[in-house]
Write a protein that binds this ligand. Structure first.
Ligand SMILES: Cc1cc2nc3c(=O)[nH]c(=O)nc-3n(C[C@H](O)[C@H](O)[C@H](O)COP(=O)(O)O)c2cc1C
Length: 295
């Protein structure tokens, strides 16, 4: 059993990464039931009681451990930590900014902290602040990222060499080959996002899932949002934004995410996904994904 299995309390060291408004309780519970570790997301959550209800709904579906992500850019993130503790969540990921204010608070609440880092510097900083593990997330991953652009294949061994805490690899992993490669690079676990969108249990609109399935390895690009960028699918709007032909950036709000990701309005916003979309060719149940990887 790896240190990551122990940290998560899961059979397999496989985390379903947080994904804004599409980490529905059915998805999170299905991942944990299949032996992985599901994560609820709070990046766009506007009310602590909504998070509490999501936790309760997930607990109705599984008695296995699951966690939550705290997204530093959300001004309510520290408030959410209290709800997580009250509801018995034992392990969280922290992403989207400095974890400095979060690590001592979460530890005082009895919660283990995994920090998402896109560079060696970020990973070493997280270790120095007392993080229990790091997710080393390469630039081929879907969603929000910075501007450094280090690939998973370089980042993971560099972070493994630089820190003593367990390293979890993210970005570009979608099947047993990616999982084995991550372990060969020295990671003790993996986090996957895009692979879990294209599953039966994910609440994402079928259009979103089908575009992932139809994409090849060139099917995503980077949309500059100013303070950060987003790796997104080359829908018509996505392509215009990637090429900067269209400079009216869509809002990055809960409403926009729901309209695009759940309702399938492709002109409301972008569909984040990683380059691994090019390796995804079906929409299986979560259990099939996890069993192919670790079973
Ligand atoms: C639609 C979408 C939304 C995401 N939202 C979040 C988030 O709220 N918090 C976070 O830490 N990571 C977020 N991520 C990143 C994932 O948790 C995960 O680390 C990433 O998808 C891994 O790379 P992969 O897509 O190549 O598997 C998001 C990714 C996607 C595709």
């Amino acid at each position: 059993m790896s240190r990551v299995n122990e940290l998560l309390g899961a059979r397999y060291p496989i985390i379903q990464g947080a994904m804004g408004v599409i980490c529905n309780p059915e998805l999170v519970a299905a991942v944990s039931e299949a032996g992985g570790f599901g994560l609820l997301a709070t990046a766009f959550t506007e009310d602590p009681e909504f998070l509490r209800n999501q936790i309760k709904a997930t607990k109705q579906l599984t008695n296995k451990p699951f966690g939550s992500n705290l997204f530093v850019m959300n001004p309510l993130a520290l408030k959410f930590a209290e709800v997580l503790a009250e509801e018995g969540i034992r392990t969280v990921t922290v992403s989207g900014g400095s974890p400095k204010a979060f690590i001592p608070l979460l530890h005082d609440l009895g919660i283990k902290v995994i920090v998402v880092a896109p560079t060696v510097q970020g990973a070493k900083g997280a270790e120095a602040l007392g993080a229990d593990a790091v997710v080393a997330e390469g630039a081929e991953s879907g969603g929000v990222q910075g501007f450094k652009g280090v690939s998973t294949f370089v980042l993971v061994p560099a972070v493994v060499d630089a820190v003593k805490i367990p390293v979890i690899a993210a970005g570009g992993i979608g099947d047993s080959r990616g999982y084995k490669a991550a372990l060969a690079l020295g990671a003790e676990g993996v986090q996957m996002g895009t692979r879990f969108i294209a599953t039966k249990e994910c609440i994402a609109h079928s259009t979103y899932k089908n575009i992932i399935v139809d994409s090849d390895e060139t099917g995503t690009g980077l949309v500059n949002m100013g303070r950060f960028q987003i790796r997104a699918l080359r829908t018509s709007l996505g392509e215009r934004l990637i090429k900067e032909e269209d400079r009216t950036r869509p809002g990055f709000t809960k409403q926009v995410m729901e309209d695009t990701w759940i309702k399938g309005d492709l002109e409301a916003g972008v569909l984040p996904a990683g380059q691994v979309a090019g390796l995804i060719s079906g929409i299986p149940a979560v259990r099939e994904v996890i069993e192919e990887i670790a079973g």
